[in-house]
Design a protein around this ligand. Structure first.
Ligand SMILES: Nc1nc2c(ncn2[C@@H]2O[C@H](COP(=O)(O)OP(=O)(O)OP(=O)(O)O)[C@@H](O)[C@H]2O)c(=O)[nH]1
Ligand SMILES: [Mg+2]
Length: 470
């Protein structure tokens, strides 16, 4: 993305479509001057003369010069303008927000007007990118803004808000300060070998580094949780025909989403829904029952089901409590062998004839849960078993700090590696130069984590994931 940060940028910040209000946002040196050109305030006051954090009522106007050089003013919309002055704004630049009537036409027309008057269309995430480049937030906070927008459940929102407040950045910067304190005397001792410099004794340094390593390990583990909370996980209902997969789907989504009948082969297409299970965003898929058939449609649906099992993070392997395990169940079990599985014994309201021990042996450690989708019994314990597969204990224990994407996890892992190298060097009485090198590398990983010395491609990659107008 070729970005000129001297430009004044503009975008419609509200989602496309019809709504109560639409917001057009401008940021940059010319933002308020453009306001003067396109806005006639009721009070007659000029936008460029208005103090920061003031709101102005008036009309958005377009001035057109006709052939005889007469200026004709056309009113486009009634609007409220909010003036925010640098540096106390989202981007640290002058920001103008235009609240107009919602709807596709007014906001599009006003955007065109501000562009005709000197603004440029903002790239995705460019407002947040400016906040980062102008030093108002670091990369962890920029990513938090993205996570807040994309949060699918409240549990996913909470850690993102903490991150935006800068709690993670605070912890990481404290860790950086500590590491710097360790190497300063070590470096001095290398540079001035004749002077006696008091560096930390090896055992104390090693203990301090071990504490940092254990914190890093905790953060790395939390990142897996964070990534799952942010992106959600995919779960698929798998089983022979008529075992009650669609009934379980309906129980989990809490409405009659898919057709249920007593005829084998009711479900054909894969049907997916986004739900929250104990705060975890879950994409749940109902699939066609596995069965032998010469019917082309049935065979195609079975092929699609099998393809879906492959992609899922977790398979709910559904069995019918009222009948014995048959060859279809066993064949399917073989296909699911390498998957993370919860064994769901449905129809447990009927007379039990099932013996799951054979199947259970094929999935060591997989939880089993008895339910009745028809009577909505055992659904809560099924949900509990599902979350336990990904999270031990509560999804987000209060005040836990959670990293939330692969980029962050990679920097943490790199740092962890270097800190461990440093610990080993101390144990082996290695050279101080090597020790300093490892700690320096650890510091570089942390600097990258908060967005310092970050490579431009990575930067573009992060901000491209934002929507336009953020
Ligand atoms: N008694 C009892 N019947 C159930 C239960 N769950 C589902 N059924 C019945 O079993 C039949 C099949 O249910 P579905 O949910 O359509 O089963 P399915 O696995 O989706 O079937 P296919 O789409 O054909 O593979 C229906 O008549 C349901 O009412 C249950 O827990 N107890
Ligand atoms: Mg079905």
């Amino acid at each position: 993305m070729q970005i000129n940060s001297n430009d004044t940028i503009a975008a419609v910040s509200t989602p496309p479509g019809i709504g109560g209000i639409g917001i057009i946002r401008l940021s940059g040196k010319k933002a308020l001057k453009i306001g003067d050109k396109i806005f006639r305030s009721k009070s007659g006051r000029k936008i460029s003369k208005a103090p920061g954090f003031t709101v102005h009522y008036g009309h958005i106007v377009e001035n057109k010069t006709n052939k005889s050089k007469n200026v004709k003013t056309k009113v486009i919309d009634e609007a409220l303008l909010t003036v925010m002055r640098a540096p106390r704004t989202y981007t640290k630049e002058d920001v103008l927000e235009i609240n107009c009537h919602g709807g596709i036409v007014p906001s599009k027309k006003i955007l065109e007007l501000v562009i005709d008057n000197g603004a440029r269309l903002a790239a995705p995430g460019e407002f947040t990118q400016r906040a980062f480049l102008n030093g108002r937030i670091d990369m962890l906070q920029a990513e938090a803004a993205l996570n807040i927008i994309n949060a699918k459940t409240e549990a996913a929102l909470k850690p993102a808000v903490y991150q935006l407040e800068g709690r993670l950045s605070f912890i990481i910067n404290k860790m950086r300060d500590k590491l710097i304190k360790f190497i300063a005397p070590l470096e001095a001792a290398i540079d001035f070998p004749d002077e006696s410099i008091n560096s930390m004794p090896g055992s104390k340094l090693s203990a301090a580094l071990r504490k940092i390593a254990s914190d890093l390990k905790r953060f790395i583990d939390s990142a897996d949780k964070g990534i799952m909370l942010q992106n959600g996980i995919s779960i698929v209902l798998a089983g022979a025909a008529n075992v009650g997969k669609s009934s379980i789907m309906n129980a989990l989504v809490e409405y009659e989403r898919v057709i249920v009948t007593n005829i084998s082969g009711t479900t054909r297409d894969v049907v997916q829904e986004l739900i929250s299970i104990n705060g975890m965003p879950v994409r749940i898929a109902d699939t066609a029952g596995i069965m032998d058939s010469s019917c082309v449609i049935t065979r195609e649906s079975v092929t699609r089901s099998l393809a879906f099992f492959e992609k899922a993070d977790l398979v709910l392997f559904v069995l019918n409590a009222a009948r014995k395990i048959n060859k279809t169940d066993m064949d399917l079990a073989k296909k699911l062998k390498n998957k993370k599985v919860v064994i769901v014994i449905n129809k447990s309201d009927l007379k039990n004839r099932i013996d799951v021990s054979g199947i259970a042996k094929m999935f060591p450690g997989a939880p089993k849960v008895k339910i009745s989708a028809l009577r909505k019994q055992g659904i809560l314990s099924l949900e509990k078993k599902i979350t336990e597969q990904f999270f031990k204990g509560a999804i987000v224990p209060s005040d836990e700090l959670i990293f939330s994407n692969l980029r962050q996890k990679k920097s943490l892992e790199e740092c962890y590696g270097f800190v461990n190298n440093a610990i080993l060097l101390i144990a082996d009485k290695g050279f101080e130069e090597c020790l300093v090198f490892e700690i320096r590398q650890a510091l570089n990983s942390l600097a990258e984590l908060v967005g310092e010395n970050i490579n431009e491609d990575i930067l573009d990659n992060i901000f491209n994931r934002f929507c336009i107008g953020k």
